[in-house]
Design a protein. Structure first.
Length: 603
């Protein structure tokens, strides 16, 4: 009898276990994390900020992509059937697409499946030239000089008529249903990088744009692994697995000497992407609630430990023992970015290339104590910058040193004295050389880190004897004002979308005003150097031009480059397979969630 009862009990336990396993298997795999800055929209032709582009990168597909785990960074086909055919002179690029790729379902398609074609890429690229959309990334394509497109844009501007999408141009053609050809007026050895950003050159269906018009940024429809399910502006973004997404299998080749990534690649090999069902992104601008949300397991991943909590989370840049006991993972990666303060070069107070204006900017830059900024505000999560070119990009020189990385209040004061910025009335504040008041206006945001940086700026300028006032507004509002040249000074970050120094020198190229070049710097000598390096393949000749160009940016100081930031990511033990590729924003497709463990932690 006891054996029978034991057998019944065992069967019951097995049945309960099977039911629990079935229940756990049915749990949706949801990744929850937060952005510190609000998105601006989801139309590739209209966005330029990092956070909107991160979302859009998971929705729209570019022909190429960066291999997630490859180091050094490497391009591979995405919607392309193979790597493009590139002419010997780097002026012609032919891309053949995989047939059978479908857009996500949308009413704009009339209830019918919609296949991706080469014409969709032609249309998507043309949209950046359409004045209607005010593309903040047009400069990248115009710098590449795609034959005929700038002329087509000029016709629209001159005639004040809608942009003509139906006119075929020599430089951008669909040779057949699945073959795209791009031809350039000048060599562009690194042009393929532009075809690896879904948030920039991702395929867009014309029917969708025509259906939603000016609200197309609220209705992104792409061929990527996710689709926009819900959106509460500046609050929450929900992405769900795209049911129409093609069959793509996990197949990563990490470095041979990285045991962690080797194990992940072996574990996930052959699994269909994306591995998770949903991504929920909250907008939490203040650092404290973002940090607490992660600690309380309301967020699964903390993408960048807030500097204010670095001493708690990663004392001495090591994971805190209490977090390690919870199974939390950590990854610390130098970012390919710059944190800068720009000076509005068309502003009558700080702008212009007259000697006294250059002296003013250089004095202000010398008065900024970057080491103090790193210690007190960034809590050690950055390194001082010596030039505008960031680590992780071709052209970066780790041995280079310059005035950009120097702090000298004595030199700053001497420069201002020499050029007539002195205190004439004895009130403790310097005036302009003509005797008028000297007052700086610095744009900033209301979050805690921005407030701390503003406090430090105030101390630096007080020590220099220069008045400074702060204009506080939300980041998207400052971006709009900046694009139109309305700000005197603003502190922002600039991240590379491709592993090349051009990303950062573009900040100073005159024709990029209002796009990458928020400072509106325009110097003939710099422009010529920039244009010369752009057409050269990587090598000593190009490196020499990059060096000359960055030295001009340092000498004229349109940007005070403060630091290159270091990101420390944390994740709970139910987040599986996480890695940070600096050029893969939409990492979500490559990670998995242990939904049962996640649910248990939240009970």
């Amino acid at each position: 009898m006891r054996q029978v009862l034991r057998l019944i009990l065992l069967c019951g336990l097995l049945a309960l276990g099977a039911a629990a396993s079935a229940r756990d298997a049915a749990l949706p795999k949801v990744l929850r994390y937060a952005f510190p800055i609000a998105e601006t929209g989801f139309d590739p032709a209209q966005i330029s900020d990092l956070y909107s582009r991160t979302v859009v990168a998971g929705i729209f597909d570019a022909p190429l992509e960066f291999a997630y785990m490859a180091r050094p960074y490497r391009l591979r086909p995405n919607t392309a059937a193979a790597m493009p055919e590139v002419s010997a002179d780097y002026r012609s690029f032919t891309i053949r697409l995989k047939p059978g790729i479908l857009f996500a379902d949308d009413p704009a398609f009339g209830g019918k499946p919609r296949e991706l074609t080469a014409a969709d890429y032609v249309y998507a690229i043309k949209r950046h030239y359409d004045p209607r959309w005010k593309s903040g990334n047009l400069y990248i394509l115009e710098n590449a000089k795609i034959l005929g497109l700038s002329e087509l844009r000029k016709q629209a501007l001159d005639s004040k008529k809608p942009f003509d999408y139906d006119t075929e141009v020599e430089g951008l053609r669909a040779l057949d249903r699945y073959t795209l050809q791009i031809r350039l007026a000048e060599p562009s050895p690194r042009f393929l990088y532009n075809l690896a950003e879904g948030s920039f050159t991702g395929a867009v269906a014309r029917e969708v744009v025509e259906a939603y018009g000016d609200k197309v940024g609220e209705h992104p429809v792409g061929t990527g692994p996710f689709r926009l399910a819900q959106w509460k502006r500046s609050s929450r973004i929900t992405l769900q697995r795209n049911p129409q997404y093609r069959e793509v299998r996990y197949d990563e080749q990490p470095p041979a000497d990285d045991a962690r990534l080797q194990a992940i690649a072996a574990q996930f090999k052959g699994r269909r992407l994306p591995l998770i069902d949903e991504v929920q992104i909250a907008i939490i601008e203040e650092a404290q609630p973002r940090w607490l949300s992660f600690l309380n397991a309301e967020q699964d991943l903390l993408e960048g430990v807030p500097a204010e909590f670095a001493h708690i989370a990663i004392p001495n840049n090591q994971l805190a023992p209490n977090l390690a006991k919870r199974g939390i993972g950590m990854l610390r990666v130098p970012r390919a970015d710059v944190a800068v303060t720009y000076f509005g070069m068309e502003n009558p107070v700080v702008g212009g290339n007259a000697p006294e204006k250059v002296a003013l900017r250089r004095a202000i830059a010398l008065a900024v104590d970057v080491e103090r900024e790193i210690l007190q505000v960034r809590r050690g999560q950055a390194v001082p910058a010596q030039s505008p070119i960031a680590p992780g990009t071709w052209g970066y020189d780790p041995a280079f040193r310059s005035e950009m990385g120097e702090h000298s209040l004595a030199r700053a004061k001497a420069l201002l004295d020499l050029y007539g910025y002195i205190d004439r009335d004895g009130d403790g504040w310097r005036e302009l050389p003509d005797g008028r008041p000297l007052k700086l206006e610095y744009a900033t945001s209301p979050d805690q880190t921005s407030r701390q940086l503003a406090e430090l700026w105030k101390k630096h300028m007080d020590a220099l004897g220069v008045r400074i006032e702060f204009q506080v507004a939300k980041w998207p509002e400052q971006l709009k004002a900046s694009r139109t040249g309305k700000l005197m000074m603003w502190g922002v970050g600039w991240s590379a979308g491709q592993p090349d120094a051009d990303t950062f020198l573009a900040l100073g190229y005159g024709p990029n005003k209002g796009q990458a070049n928020h400072a509106r710097f325009d110097l003939k000598a710099f422009n010529e150097l920039y244009e010369r390096q752009r057409v050269l393949p990587d090598g000593p000749e190009r490196q020499a031009l990059l060096d000359q160009a960055k030295k001009l940016m340092i000498a004229y100081m349109p940007y005070k480059v403060h630091v290159h930031r270091i990101t420390t990511d944390l994740w709970h033990p139910w987040v599986l397979g996480f890695d940070r590729n600096l050029y893969v924003r939409d990492f979500w497709r490559y990670i998995d969630i242990d939904a049962a463990l996640q649910a248990e932690a939240r009970r």
